[in-house]
Design a protein around this ligand. Structure first.
Ligand code: ATP
Ligand code: MG
Length: 256
């Protein structure tokens, strides 16, 4: 068993015009875990994902990605497309599926999108690729919706399609910014069960405000507050921490 963390966030600080959105953030993400970053609004959660995927450059610090076969890659400084090529994908909060295309065509675009343009135009998907798409759609509960226009999917189903579009690329790490936002209780629960299933194949980094969802799904929770790591640990001990409860005052319903 390889115990090296798949991702090491080391002494990361980000300064926007004199304002520190993150200050000396350290965290290790275990392979095949579901690692949550939680914290009040403005804590720096989205900024941290921006750092990992290369959208924002840190003022100080590094993010290191450790591959399955023992190589270490310094992600900091790499352009976004190269980070994606290393198998590190991100789903944004607002679903961005192609509404006029079918569920299957959205999956095909995602599968082929990172290949060359020639391959995209002339390369017919192979039988294996279609089978892989079916397999992934089944895992997110959309197998019966394959030929439906993505625009007609319910909000939750669109989110699952986006997760599937990440998953079909066989990523090493997927990052989800508030995947349960706008979902009802049942859809949120189902999203958690989907994540617990897919962590067997990749590592999942999640930002979320819904504490029931965090309790249901998290392996490790890191709490950010005003750009700093407040605490990190197993979900029950973190949520029982008095300081964590104090920073969530005003959001106390979420933590109760
Ligand atoms: N490009 C930027 N320029 C200046 N300030 C920024 C920039 N991006 C983020 N910030 C600031 O950094 C802080 C952290 O923002 P961030 O979006 O990371 O918080 P968050 O934890 O994701 O909050 P939320 O829960 O509301 O999504 C906020 O005060 C925000 O205004
Ligand atoms: Mg955010």
């Amino acid at each position: 068993m390889n115990n090296t963390p798949v991702l090491e966030i080391k002494n990361v600080s980000v300064c926007f015009d004199g304002f520190y959105a993150l200050t000396d953030v350290n965290a290790n993400v275990k392979r095949n875990s579901i690692h949550f970053f939680i914290g009040p609004n403005g804590a720096g959660k989205t900024t941290l994902l921006d750092i990992i995927c290369g959208k924002t450059k840190p003022t100080e610090g590094n993010v290191i990605y450790n591959t399955q076969d023992g190589h270490s890659v310094r992600l900091t400084g790499l352009p976004e497309y190269q980070i994606v090529r290393h198998g590190i994908g991100r789903k944004f909060q607002v679903p961005s599926v192609f509404k006029s295309l079918s569920v299957k065509d959205n999956m095909l675009l995602s599968l082929k999108g990172h290949k060359s343009i020639i391959d995209c135009i002339f390369g017919k998907p192979s039988k294996e690729e279609f089978e892989h798409i079916d397999y992934v759609l089944e895992r997110v509960g959309l197998k019966e919706r394959t030929d439906i226009c993505a625009g007609t999917l319910a909000h939750g189903e669109k989110q699952w399609l986006e997760i599937a579009m990440q998953l079909v690329q066989k990523p090493e790490i997927i990052m989800l910014d508030e995947p349960a936002a706008g979902m009802g209780k049942l859809e949120t629960f189902k999203t958690g069960e989907i994540l617990k299933d897919i962590k067997k194949e990749c590592t999942i980094i999640v930002i979320e405000h819904d504490m029931d969802f965090v309790r249901q799904t998290a392996d490790i929770v890191t709490v950010l507050h005003e750009g700093k790591v407040l605490t990190e640990g197993l979900v029950d001990e973190v949520l029982a921490n008095e300081t964590v409860q104090a920073v969530y005052l005003g959001r106390s319903k979420a933590v109760s």
